[in-house]
Design a protein around this ligand. Structure first.
Ligand SMILES: Nc1ncnc2c1ncn2[C@@H]1O[C@H](COP(=O)(O)OP(=O)(O)O)[C@@H](O)[C@H]1O
Ligand SMILES: CC(C)(COP(=O)(O)O)[C@@H](O)C(=O)NCCC(=O)O
Ligand SMILES: [K+]
Length: 255
């Protein structure tokens, strides 16, 4: 009953092959590819994989990218299936004005995060932080209701925007400093603290709204870089989107 989980962001496609479509299933193989190289998956990384029995993915990189990945999936006898955010799924309800307009990656990560919280004990509010091309900070209450969230530029986009919008900001990467005293450090610190500041603000909103301290789960390719500067107890869970895809697939099979 092998299961292939795929997460296509605006920078990279991440995939993992699981022994079964159940939360906690063993990972048989996994990888990541920049979007420029996804047309080689079938002849390279995927060529010698044991054929998956089913797949589920989430994609926010647009129709054309999704179609290119579906071409690669023709390697196997599979029906490609992609998550469309709905009003309710796997114990999470979607508070977006238009539920289907929520990023599929955000929805799936929330479902993964809710699964983690519920597996540990009493239900608690959870703040889901994804640090990829963009940064998202999503708030879920103790009942599993997604209340809303923030979208902000990721570090790379912030720096490129400053480079292209000013005459004097073309400098190498700096260090994160409390009181940056050169342009490089000022830019790197500004980007990092913009992200951590947004996380701390949303944490306050959610704690006030729920009257309870939220659990904070951090994921995404750049999560490890920002994590040391988040002044809140939190956990890095690299697999949050895959965990959400496993939750969804196992709930659907149980219905
Ligand atoms: N080894 C790495 N490979 C690629 N990106 C990395 C790596 N380490 C950190 N990053 C950062 O993570 C971001 C990509 O993260 P990812 O979660 O794959 O984004 P997305 O889901 O938007 O494609 C990049 O913008 C980059 O800044
Ligand atoms: C916010 C995002 C761009 C994040 O993309 P990513 O950083 O994962 O590549 C993506 O979730 C998206 O396109 N969302 C749709 C709009 C929304 O969620 O409101
Ligand atoms: K992502």
């Amino acid at each position: 009953m092998t299961f292939l989980a795929i997460d296509i962001g605006n920078t990279r496609l991440k995939w993992a092959l699981y022994a079964s479509p159940q939360p906690g299933a063993a990972v048989l193989a996994h990888g990541a590819a920049f979007l420029e190289t996804i047309d080689e998956l079938a002849e390279k990384e995927w060529k010698h994989l044991a054929p998956p029995r089913s797949m589920l993915g989430c994609v926010v990189a647009g129709e054309a990218v999704r179609r290119r990945v579906e071409e690669q999936l023709e390697l196997w006898d599979l029906t490609p299936r992609w998550v469309v955010p709905s009003p309710h799924e796997a114990g999470v309800s979607n508070g977006y004005d238009h539920p289907a307009r929520l990023g599929a990656d955000r929805w799936v990560a929330q479902i993964g995060a809710r699964g983690h919280v519920m597996a540990r004990g009493p239900a608690k509010p959870v703040l889901v932080v994804m640090i990829g091309t963009a940064v998202t900070v999503d708030a879920i209450d103790a009942n599993g209701k997604f209340l809303g969230g923030l979208i902000l530029p990721g570090h790379g986009i912030m720096l490129r925007a400053l480079e292209s919008g000013t005459a004097g900001l073309r400098v190498p990467t700096g260090e994160v400093r409390r009181f940056p005293a050169n342009t490089s450090d000022a830019l790197t610190s500004g980007g990092t603290y913009a992200i951590t500041g947004a996380i701390e603000r949303m944490h306050r909103h959610l704690a006030e709204h729920c009257g309870e301290t939220p659990v904070v789960l951090v994921t995404g390719g750049a999560g490890w870089k920002v994590s040391p500067y988040i002044d809140l107890p939190h956990e890095l869970v690299d697999s949050l989107i895959f965990d959400g895809l496993l939750q969804i697939q196992s709930h659907r099979l149980a219905l």
